[in-house]
Design a protein around this ligand. Structure first.
Ligand SMILES: [Fe+2]
Ligand SMILES: [Fe+2]
Length: 405
């Protein structure tokens, strides 16, 4: 039997490799890997597993027969994620355990000594007939098993046939590219998460001085991203808004305690100093090479500008205020009104909305108020999910009692 991979196949493999390495979203990537692996091997169905917490977790499944029978949507709804242990009791588990390809020509007809137990439950329930089965471990660059690519029922002229040596080689070639692409995507996601968390914690450092909680930072970031989304901004831009907003008050690090913590009203001179937190923040973040930091600087400088020009520090108005600042201004005030602070209770929802609508066209940009109102249910859900608890405020009441968390 000819098992060579032809130059045409190689070229196709290469193209898939390029597509894999340029896909940033994990789910999209896994779906693409499985689809391409099925195409290369003419497999009717397949499941892609990732190793998570020491077990194999089914992340994506596809089945052409179900799609033809039920339509794409219903076929997709049949899949619910499940886990398998990494051991010799299942075909996918064995591929992960041995780090070798497991190729079973017909699961209905295996040697009695075989350890795999084919369970006919799924087939019976869904009126499907599983025969040939190929499980390929996916390894990363360090040769750790990060998942398994399982392919079911290779087809040849409408008949189910075993996965031959060429198909096995193709699946292996694809799995090795897939392993590296998955690892890179997971790593990128983890770096992004670390990056966002660093920004949040820096923001918290500044807000801590003003007795704001860590949740305030998270809420404002998420409200802002929701508004950006409602405006029809791209996902990347909505992410950017979420990343850039935590630093809005970073300049408070430069405001003296005597002013920041003064009980009661500030006199005009003190107010002028307090308002400098915008400019101090912009200076802290100036000359940044990183794009997130450049947006953060813009937010720090402009989040107290008002639509009618009565804000600070520049007193700019209308569309002269960068849209991202218009968004964060609204999100920050909404949070201050709708959430409890050490010094004030949360206002009722109706009152908050009345104030925001009253300030529409004065403090806030009409376009932003409209977008905000359109996603108010999701905003309220975020507000509730990240609500402060009593202990979040306790640390501000008595600085002497601050313990290690
Ligand atoms: Fe501020
Ligand atoms: Fe704030």
């Amino acid at each position: 039997m000819d098992t060579t991979i032809t130059p045409k196949m190689l070229e196709e493999l290469l193209n898939v490799g390029i597509a894999l390495s340029s896909t940033r979203d994990l789910r999209e990537l896994l779906t693409l890997i499985l689809r391409e692996a099925r195409r290369f091997t003419s497999a009717d169905a397949g499941t892609l597993y990732l190793v998570k917490g020491g077990v194999l977790r089914a992340e994506v499944a596809q089945c052409q027969t179900f799609v033809e029978r039920l339509g794409q949507e219903q076929a997709d709804s049949l899949f619910s994620s499940f886990s398998l242990p990494v051991n010799m009791k299942s075909i996918a588990g064995a591929a992960a355990f041995t780090r070798e390809v497991v190729n079973i020509p017909d699961v209905q007809n295996v040697d009695v000594s075989c350890l795999f137990q084919y369970s006919p439950d799924f087939d019976r329930k869904n009126n499907y007939s599983t025969h040939s089965n190929l499980a390929v471990p996916m390894l990363d660059r360090e040769q750790n098993v990060i998942g398994v690519l399982q392919l079911i029922n290779a087809k040849y002229k409408n008949r189910v046939v075993p996965f031959d040596a060429r198909k096995t080689r193709l699946a292996q070639a694809l799995a090795s590219q897939a392993g590296v692409a998955i690892r890179n995507t997971l790593l990128t996601a983890s770096l992004r998460e670390a990056h966002l968390e660093t920004l949040q914690r820096l923001g918290v450092a500044a807000e801590w001085r003003d007795k704001e909680t860590a949740n305030h930072i998270i809420r404002v970031a998420k409200f802002s991203a929701l508004i950006a989304e409602a405006l029809g901004w791209s996902e990347e831009m909505a992410d950017m808004v979420e990343y850039a907003s935590p630093m809005h008050d970073v300049g408070k690090l430069g405001i003296p305690d005597s002013i920041l913590h003064k009980p009661g009203k500030l006199d005009p001179d003190e107010r002028t100093i307090m308002e400098k937190h915008t400019v101090i923040g912009a200076n802290i973040l100036s000359n940044a090479k990183n794009e997130v930091m450049q947006w953060s600087r813009m937010v720090a400088l402009g989040h107290h500008e008002k639509w009618d020009g009565s804000g600070y520090p520049q007193g700019i108005s209308g569309s002269d205020i960068p849209p991202i600042c218009q968004i964060v201004a609204l999100a920050d005030v909404y949070d201050a009104l709708s959430c409890k602070r050490v010094y004030k209770p949360a206002f009722p929802h109706e009152k908050v909305m009345a104030i925001i609508h009253e300030e529409n066209g004065r403090h806030f940009a009409p376009q932003m108020v409209k977008a905000f109102a359109g996603v108010i249910d999701r905003i309220v859900a975020v507000r509730d999910e990240y609500a402060d608890k009593e202990e979040d405020f306790a640390k501000f009441r008595d600085y002497a009692n601050i313990g290690i968390e």
